[in-house]
Structure formats: C-alpha cells, structure tokens
Design a protein around this ligand. Sequence first.
Ligand code: TMP
Length: 219
Amino acid sequence: MLSKRVNLFVSFEGIEGSGKTTQARMLFELLKAKGIPCVLTREPGGTRIGEQIREILLCKKNSSLVPLAELFLYEADRAQHFEEVIRPSLLKGMWVISDRCFDATLAYQGTGRGLDWDLLRGLNQLASNGLMPDITFLIDCPPQIGLKRAKDRAETQLAGGGLDRFEREGLGFHQRVREAYINLAKGEKRFCILDGLKDPSTLHRKIVQEIRGRFDIGL
Ligand code: TMP
C-alpha cells in the first residue's frame, strides 16, 4: 500500500462503447455523495477551448484530417486541460476523474494511425507537464460489442448526428486499438484491466475495491 493520500487522479480508458464513461460518472457520483471534493472531466474536451477542439476532432465531415494534424489537436486539447483543470484541481486537494487521458494517444494515434510511440510519449509528456494518473482503469471490450453499443447510442440520440469520425472506422482499426491498450496496460502497474462485459454495478464495485486496495485513502 502507498502512503496516505487525500486525493487521486483517476483515468478511464477503453474503446468506443466499452462503458468507461458510465464508470467515470459512477465513481464521480460516489465521491460527491460522500462529500469528497472532485471533478469529472474528459479528453478531448474538459475545457471551453477543449470542447471546441473536440468538435473538430469528432466531426464526421472532417474525414480529410491527416494523422499529424489530428495528433496536434489532441495534444493542444491536453495542454489546455492539464493547465486549466487537472493541475489546479489536484493542487486544491480535489480528486480528478478523467474520461480518457494521454494513453488514448498511444492507442489511437500510435497503433491506430501508425504514428511513432516515442514521438507520442514525448508530446504527451510535454502536454501534461509530467503529471500522470495515479491509477488508470482500462475497461476492455471486444470491438464488435463496443461498436454495436455506440451505434445503438447514436440511433437513440435525437439531436445526434450519428456516428462520429472514430466510430466510423472499421473493425480492424478498433481491434488494433484494443490490443494496443491491453499491451500498454500489461506493461504498467498504474493500470487495472477490467472486463467491460460485466454489468455496470459489478464493475463499479471492482473499481472502488481496487482503489481502496491500492491507496491509503478515505473512500
Ligand atoms: P470519447 O468518445 O471516449 O469521448 O473519445 C473521443 C474519441 O477520441 C474516441 O474515439 C477516442 C479518440 N481519442 C484519440 O484518438 N486520441 C486521444 O488522445 C483521445 C483522448 C481520444
């Protein structure tokens, strides 16, 4: 067990439809219910400027966005996010729950788009100014199931414009992203891999147990 902590930086990763957003929210709601100061945020997004960058990144009309431009937009979003939300919140003693963080760049822009991991690690380090999550939950899920969930969700969103630029990628792309995440997670103690086929409340219980087991913290 690590030394006594007052707050943690927790990130959630996984392919589309893995259930990570639900889990990030459930953890946030638990913290709030316990009166623990916390912020729920996301990448891309999480700041006013970041939400504008997110629109460019996900807009299905931007199919001509080249991989390097895509990468720089994610890193621009991240630099703003760490400076404006993550670092100040942690300094204030708040928990930070982030729906995705820099690991997504390795999986999507690295293995998905074929950019060099060393280059990406350097840019991630620059954008995050050396800060990193204390624990990262990888919600693993087969792409056939994740994409089906994303599709069902897009169909039920009245104002939604259908699938976004990434959800439109083929199964092979998402399979590569999934494998990249698993390989990354197996190599770093910071990660905890969970089975995204389990029901949300079972997953939530495991997440809370894992945090309690790893950190000496009031939760
Ligand atoms: P979301 O749907 O989980 O909010 O994520 C938006 C999309 O952005 C998702 O398809 C994954 C992708 N993404 C990257 O490609 N690289 C990144 O660094 C991040 C944070 C997300």
